[in-house]
Design a binder for this molecule. Sequence first.
Ligand SMILES: NC(=O)c1ccc[n+]([C@@H]2O[C@H](COP(=O)([O-])OP(=O)(O)OC[C@H]3O[C@@H](n4cnc5c(N)ncnc54)[C@H](OP(=O)(O)O)[C@@H]3O)[C@@H](O)[C@H]2O)c1
Length: 169
Amino acid sequence: MTLAMIVAIDEKNGIGKDNDQLAYISADLKRFKGLTTGHTILMGRKTFEALPKGALPKRRNIVITRQANYEAPGAEVVKSIGEALALCSDDQKVFVIGGGEVYKAFLPETDELYLTEIHHAFKGVDVFFPEYKSMGWEETLREGPFTDEKTGLTYNYSNLKRTGKFDCV
Ligand SMILES: NC(=O)c1ccc[n+]([C@@H]2O[C@H](COP(=O)([O-])OP(=O)(O)OC[C@H]3O[C@@H](n4cnc5c(N)ncnc54)[C@H](OP(=O)(O)O)[C@@H]3O)[C@@H](O)[C@H]2O)c1
């Protein structure tokens, strides 16, 4: 199983504000759909509850929460990192899709990052992507810059593969 994270980050690693995304870039949303469809997506309870139409179609949805008896229609529910990883250990690829707490929790186990780097520092950001650069990554794809006509935002894609992953003994 390959564990990947997909995230849109601003210039200061900001990813969210008031339990919402910082920006909605239509080409980026299409790319998200294309990359994740047919795979497993793993998300925190808050990110799940922010999905406008609930569980995302054509993907195995897994929600992590510490609450007992939490129900997430269209999704499987787990209570710990270990339970999540065990549940999808036979899946080909699992995308962690947020939010901040869950990115932080799964980063040590992550093999790949799919970043959308937005060239802007948003105001009022209250959720950040964890520090990741020092962990050792090789860039396998870089595309852009592109400009989103609707928002005027400039962004690029950067795919990273982990080089510094090793087991502690
Ligand atoms: N820019 C992006 O690409 C992107 C993507 C996704 C989300 N976001 C943004 O991120 C923000 C939400 O992030 P967030 O950090 O507040 O919330 P979150 O990570 O979506 O969800 C946090 C919740 O997940 C559960 N959880 C987290 N770690 C756990 C663990 N180790 N074991 C068991 N349960 C665990 C807990 O649920 P319980 O409280 O139920 O126990 C916790 O309250 C929003 O602003 C959203 O728009 C941005």
